[in-house]
Design a protein around this ligand. Structure first.
Ligand code: ATP
Ligand code: MG
Length: 246
């Protein structure tokens, strides 16, 4: 069973304090929702868990090891925020999903029948089989998200990180992704997903984390959605945190 342990992580970009002493355990077999205003550090937390951004202090442990080696071994699947993807990159939807299999293909990266089967099955599960040969940039926003979810599924990663997979996605695509994430968690995966869609949270997540540079709250979805907690997370409480990140 995979789990993510973040212990006292502080991340700075130059003068900007993006994460302040963040400690968090993300359990396997559950979907954990990550909630926070723009600039609260959600994407930074994902990149820290992936080993793409290095904390100034604190540690991240995945399966008892360091993040970069977990990522290299294909243990961590990542659906980046749309803004972080180069959509002009000349690859098809099928190629994007096949990238999830690279960790298993050895030095020559030759796709084997098992890889092709896994890719076909993942495309089927996100309902993109018909669009498999399109260039990734020629999909709609919701279809692009589903392609990256398929990459995570094909990878068979025990840990899946999704950065705002519902942004610009219609209700049907959202329902498809929610159902898949629930299935993956039920099969034992660790799923951490950031979202601004608070209405979807109860059907999506087993627990929720409220982030504002620091972890303000980690517990049940119901408690996270209480007005007192939400107003702190969104910097609306004058007696609490003095505003959000600028
Ligand atoms: N590469 C970078 N260089 C400098 N500052 C950065 C960089 N990336 C993020 N930041 C800053 O770090 C803080 C956290 O940003 P981050 O992208 O993690 O927030 P977020 O919660 O994902 O926001 P959003 O909801 O808008 O996606 C912000 O103040 C942001 O301006
Ligand atoms: Mg972000």
């Amino acid at each position: 069973m995979s789990s993510i342990e973040v212990a006292g992580a502080t991340v700075r970009y130059g003068d900007v304090l993006a994460l302040d002493d963040v400690s968090l355990t993300v359990e396997s077999g559950r979907v954990t929702g990550l909630i926070g205003m723009n600039g609260s550090g959600k994407s930074t937390l994902f990149k820290t868990i992936l080993g793409l951004v290095h904390p100034a202090s604190g540690t991240v442990t995945i399966d008892g090891g360091d993040p970069a080696s977990a990522r290299r071994r294909g243990r961590v699947g990542y659906v980046p925020q749309s803004e972080d993807v180069d959509w002009a990159f000349p690859v098809s939807v099928r190629d994007v999903v096949m990238m999830g299999r690279y960790g298993r293909q050895g030095f020559l990266r030759r796709a084997r029948p098992a890889d092709r089967d896994a890719v076909a099955e993942a495309l089927e599960r996100v309902e993109l089989t018909d669009l498999a040969d399109r260039q990734i940039g020629q999909l709609s926003g919701g279809q692009r998200k589903r392609a990256f979810v398929a990459r995570g599924i094909a990878q068979g990663a025990g840990i899946l990180l999704l950065d705002e997979p519902f942004a610009g996605v219609d209700k049907r695509s959202e329902a498809t992704i929610v159902r898949l994430l629930r299935e993956l968690a039920a099969a034992g995966s660790t799923v951490l997903v950031s979202t601004h869609d608070l209405h979807a949270l109860p059907s999506l997540a087993d627990e929720a984390v409220l982030l504002l540079r620091r972890v303000l709250f980690h517990g049940s979805v119901d408690a996270a959605l209480e007005p007192a907690n939400l107003s702190r997370a969104f910097g609306l409480d004058p007696s609490g945190d003095q505003g959000g990140p600028s």
